[in-house]
Ligand binder design. Structure first.
Ligand SMILES: [Zn+2]
Length: 274
């Protein structure tokens, strides 16, 4: 059994503010160490549960967060950026399951840790008519290869979002948000033990959760936080401007729609001010 792990930082336990998640933040060094600890717990759990190979994608910022020397040496590490499939780059049909660790809820969710969808300049994303965030986007990419998202660790809001989108998914909450930038957190040691146990269970007894498959042409709708963001997102050929803040793109398939989204996020980040 092969497991692919996508690792973000905002949903890691004892990570609450941008001082943790920004690479120039004063708490970033300890946050990346906590992220590495939770990913190690998931890797160990996957192997405990019978996995034969684990690949981890470092999925926060430019993909240079996990500390390679401290990572479980049985896992392969996908690091750096840009990557066409971004947070799950490297996944393919040889994998049996996607695990998400350190995940957070979609943009504009209340009481959710450091909430966003790829960038703070995007307010809402719909794919195939379903409002989604990073959990849904990555579940859909995995689904394009027939791989189900079976386990997710993150904040309580991320767990509830995953359960609503993917009935049957196994989740593990390591903290509960108080607004966007405060949280009640488990001790890191307890969080890691719980992640390891839940990942083991997800690998040994895979939940009956189906791959998120969006077949055929798929409509992507992106609502930016500013009109200047939508101006930039609309520079992608074949986009349509739906209103002041919103652009849409019809992808030949979910992978192509995601590639357009990935390019849009790069463009909207170039807007220096409103
Ligand atoms: Zn994220």
């Amino acid at each position: 059994m092969k497991v692919f792990i996508s690792a973000d930082i905002e949903g890691v336990g004892a990570v609450a503010r941008h001082e943790h998640s920004r690479v120039d933040g004063r708490e970033y060094a300890v946050a990346r160490s906590r992220m590495t600890g939770e990913v190690n717990a998931a890797i160990a759990g996957a192997f405990d549960g019978g996995a034969t190979a684990v690949t981890v994608a470092d999925a926060h910022n430019v993909g240079l967060n996990l500390i390679p020397e401290e990572l479980d040496e049985r896992a392969l590490l996908v690091m750096g950026s840009p990557r066409p499939l971004s947070m799950v780059h490297g996944i393919d049909a040889t994998f049996d399951a996607l695990f998400c660790v350190g995940y957070h809820a979609m943009a504009a969710t209340r009481d959710a840790s450091i909430v966003h969808t790829f960038t703070g300049r995007i307010q809402e994303v719909h794919l195939g008519g379903v409002r989604i965030g990073e959990i849904g986007l990555n579940a859909a990419l995995a689904g394009a290869f027939g791989v189900p998202l079976t386990f997710l660790a993150g904040d309580g809001a991320a767990c509830r979002e995953a359960e609503a989108l993917l009935p049957g998914v196994r989740t593990l909450s390591v903290k509960e948000g108080i607004g966007s930038y405060a949280a009640v957190c488990q001790h890191p040691t307890r969080a890691r033990a719980a992640i390891r146990a839940a990942a083991k269970e997800a690998a040994a007894n895979p939940p009956a959760v189906k791959p998120l498959v969006l077949s055929g042409e798929v409509e992507l709708v992106v609502r930016c936080t500013t009109a200047s963001g939508a101006d930039r997102a609309g520079m992608i050929p074949r986009t349509r401007r739906l209103d002041d803040l919103t652009v849409s793109y019809r992808g030949a398939d979910v992978i192509e729609a995601f590639m357009a989204f990935n390019a849009m996020t790069c463009l909207v980040e170039l807007v220096p001010f409103i």
